[in-house]
Write a protein that binds this ligand. Structure first.
Ligand SMILES: *Cc1c(COP(=O)(O)O)cnc(C)c1O
Length: 421
């Protein structure tokens, strides 16, 4: 049997309707911005394998550091024990995060980073003797697939069967050029009529919604409003974190910082799963008490796995290097020039760029996972480009190290899609 046939025999894939979907593509290896199919086909990884491998696949610097760590310490319980890789990572991440972030809690993936953030916020109020049972979130947000994270997510394609079991959430629209008053009015109404614990949001770019972007000034007004009503703010930077919007974190583009930040996707440079939930001193202090039960009793077996920490330390080293910062700027400038070049195309609407993220809508109606969308996906794959359009939204979020030539290949395929569909 081929890999695909064996896969089909044994494996249940995420986000897949196995009755109607085609067999998955088997990838044998990856290097830099390229994926090498088992059948010899080469693809440009235009989405950095879901925004993880930002410094390039199988990056030699990361591999060297991780290999060294593997020979020293593989795994140790993180309750009652610690190790240098965790502490070094904490120092390095806190040094680049918004400066109100003071403590860092380890989880395994984006969903559990958000889950822990929500639990921290709920317990923070609980520890103060306040019952606050409502969360506030943006329409069309995506925060993951565990129950708390699903509750705050606003994309019902993923959540339909589970909605009866959710935490109570009230939603506000994302701030646009001309709706800020309306958003703040709605927020005020929600706060007046509910006991709100926290506002959970993807700052500046909503990834799964189709790379929808909103203004920093609008978001800042919302954050200020929450702060003045002692509603905690939880920035889900699982997608935006580590340079994707141009700054190390999207939250740095506002003057008001969140109380809690969730990080994952490119934290370990695409090597292994790990995530962080970071918080301000005030949040952390809210759990200090002679009463043990006021502590945060949440744990994952692999918390702060040393190998994952080593990968993350090297990831931060690379992110903050002048070479990588130059790459981020270069990709941003290429995207901006391309966005300008296609701005008059009748099929291209809502073209937008933030950092290394480029997105646009094809002016053709498509279901999120419908057959025309699959044709669009195949249009790119046939040209050796891995992009995953969300309905009629085409987006590119390449590894920072992608070459100009590889970017041009992607742009050309997008232009062809505009002319074809
Ligand atoms: C991907 C993503 C998550 C979920 O992360 P997983 O690692 O897939 O659980 C949460 N929030 C945002 C913004 C994401 O992009």
């Amino acid at each position: 049997m081929t890999t695909q046939e064996k896969d089909n025999a044994y494996i249940w894939h995420p986000l897949t309707q196995h009755k109607t979907s085609s067999l998955p593509i088997s990838i044998a290896r990856a290097k830099g911005a390229l994926l090498y199919g088992e059948d010899g086909t080469i693809y440009i990884d235009g989405i950095a394998s879901w925004y993880t491998a930002m410094y390039g696949h199988c990056n030699p610097y990361i591999i060297e550091k991780v290999t060294a760590q593997m020979q020293e310490l593989d795994q140790i319980t993180f309750t009652g024990f610690t190790h240098k890789p965790a502490v070094t990572l904490a120092e390095k991440v806190l040094a680049i995060l918004p400066d109100n972030q003071q403590k860092l809690f380890f989880n395994d993936n984006g969903s559990t980073a958000v889950e822990a953030g929500i639990k921290m916020a709920l317990q923070y109020h609980h520890n103060k003797g306040m019952k606050r049972n409502t969360l506030i979130a943006f329409e069309e947000g995506f925060h993951g697939d565990t129950f708390g994270a699903m509750s705050v997510s606003g994309l019902s394609v993923y959540n339909g069967p589970f909605e009866d079991f959710f935490i109570h959430v009230e939603r506000i629209p994302v701030p646009q050029e001309n709706n800020l008053e309306e958003v703040l009015q709605k927020l005020k109404r929600i706060i007046d009529t509910n006991d709100c614990a926290a506002f959970v949001y993807e700052p500046l770019v909503q990834g799964a919604a189709g790379m929808k972007m909103h203004t920093a000034s609008g978001l800042e007004s919302i954050l200020n409003f929450c702060a003045s009503h002692s509603i905690l703010t939880i920035a889900d930077e699982v997608m935006t974190g580590f340079g994707k919007t141009g700054t190390h974190f999207a939250s740095l583009q506002m003057n008001t910082y969140p109380d809690i930040i969730c990080l994952s996707k490119s934290l370990t440079a695409g090597l292994v799963p790990m995530s962080l939930t970071t918080c301000s001193q005030d949040i952390y202090d809210g759990f200090l008490d002679d009463n043990t039960a006021k502590g945060f009793f949440h744990a994952h077996t692999y918390s702060a796995n040393p190998i994952a920490c080593a990968a993350a330390i090297s990831g931060v080293d690379l992110l903050t290097s002048p070479e990588m910062q130059a790459n981020i700027k270069r990709v941003h400038e290429k995207h901006s020039a391309f966005a300008k070049a296609i701005s008059q195309h009748p099929k291209a609407i809502n073209i937008r760029v933030s950092g290394v993220i480029l997105a646009l809508e094809l002016n053709v109606k498509m279901e999120r996972y419908g057959s025309l969308r699959n044709e669009l996906f195949n249009h790119f794959m046939d040209r050796g480009i891995c992009l995953r359009p969300l309905g009629n939204t085409i987006y590119v979020l390449p590894p920072f190290v992608i070459s100009d030539q590889q970017l041009d290949t992607i742009y050309k395929a997008i232009e062809e899609a505009l002319d074809t569909f």
